[in-house]
Structures are given as C-alpha cells and as structure tokens.
Design a protein around this ligand. Structure first.
Ligand code: CA
Length: 226
C-alpha cells in the first residue's frame, strides 16, 4: 500500500514517512497543498494523510478539490486544531477519518488499517485475489491454489500487489518504478526485471498457473489463470 503524507512540518513529515516505511508501507511526502493535490491526482496513492494547516492551499481545500474531481482515495485528516467545526467540515467534505495532533504512532497505524479495510469494501476478507493467486496484505504472504504459500519481501509485495490489482493490464516499467520505488528513488528500470524474476520463482513455488508475462519493450502484465 502506498501512502502520501501531506504535511508542511518537515520533521513530522519525515518522521511519519520513516515510521510508515518501517511498517512495510510505501510513503512519499508533500510539503504544501498544491504539491499534495498534484501528487494525489497522479492516482498512485492508496491513502492520504492530510494536514489541515498547509501553505498554498489548506488541507480542507485539497480535500474539496480531490472529491470534486471524483477521486475516492481514502483521506485521514491531521490537525493541531481540535475544533469541532473543523472536524465536521472535514467529514462533510469526504474525509474518512480525523486525528488530532499530537498523536501516538500506534494510534495512527490503527486508523490507517481501519480506513484501508473500509476502503477495500469487500467484506471481511482482506486478501487480494487474482486468478489462482491470493495475497495477504498483513503478512505479505502469497498463496497458490493448493494452499502452498511463501512470504514476499516488501518490494516484492508492492510489485505483486500492483500487478494483482491491475490484472490483464500492461503496466509499463516506468509505471511500476514510480509506484514501487517512488518519485525520488534512484531505482533503475532493470530493478523491475530483477523483482519480476523473483516473483516468477515464487509464483512457481506456490504452484499457481497465473503468470507475469513480459510485453516486449513495454513492461509486464499479470495473466490470470484459475
Ligand atoms: Ca501544518
């Protein structure tokens, strides 16, 4: 899961990104409302932590704009203000949750899990499924049709999740690099090839018939098989 942290306080933004990365999430930062809005519109994020007091435009304005665009990405508002009117205003604009600063990291992580589960909207089963593969976002475990499973590393998981959420779609190396390694990463395109080869071995290990196909000169797609 990829999270965007829109927070102008550099120390807090960096601490949040570090903590989220430590929990196995991918996280990027934005330091004002304009940058945050542009990044959210890229569609690369699964959840947004959005501070209310921000330069350029504030968090409520960012929220109003993204919901106005029809973007349904889950948003957790962060604010130093604990005023009831902010909270009501934010929820009215389509925030999924609201956290008053200062907050403890375990509290934030619990809220993220809750909002992510709700966002999945597929009932009690949080597993991501595609063809005969099942992926567990809690344990990073990939399971085949016979129940054989294997644990994925953090990057392997992010790549597998991206492929499984977009089956039968060609994902370019560029899209994959941006999604899995982020905008600032020094990742090279052939990282993608290396990680695809790791995943192919693991798909074989769990005895699944679904496979990652290379589309020459473009990228990869997940071919689903039952
Ligand atoms: Ca702020």
């Amino acid at each position: 899961m990829k999270i965007l942290v829109v927070e102008d306080e550099k120390g807090l933004r960096e601490a949040l990104i570090r903590s989220l990365s430590g929990e196995g999430y991918l996280a990027d930062g934005a330091s004002d409302g304009e940058e945050g809005y542009a990044l959210i519109c890229s569609g690369l994020y699964d959840l947004v932590l959005l501070d209310i007091m921000l330069p350029v435009y504030d968090g409520l304005e960012v929220l109003r704009r993204i919901r106005g665009q029809g973007l349904q990405v889950p948003v957790i508002l962060l604010t130093a203000r604990s005023s009831v009117s902010d909270k009501v205003g934010g929820m009215d604009l389509g925030a999924d949750d609201y956290l008053t600063k200062p907050f403890a990291m375990p509290e934030l992580l619990a809220r993220i899990r809750m909002v992510a589960r709700r966002g999945a909207g597929s009932g009690p089963d949080p597993h991501i499924k595609a063809g005969d593969l099942s992926l567990d976002p809690q344990s990073f475990t990939l399971t085949g049709p016979g129940g054989r499973s294997v644990r994925l590393g953090a990057k392997e998981y992010q790549l597998m999740e991206y492929l499984m959420r977009n089956p039968k779609q060609i994902l370019s190396r560029e899209q994959i690099t941006q999604r899995v390694w982020g905008y600032d990463a020094e990742a090279e395109y052939n990282n993608v090839d290396v990680y695809v080869s790791f995943l192919r071995k693991k798909i074989k290990f769990v005895q699944a018939a679904s496979k990652i196909s290379a589309v020459r000169g473009v990228g990869y797609e997940l071919e689903e098989a039952e």
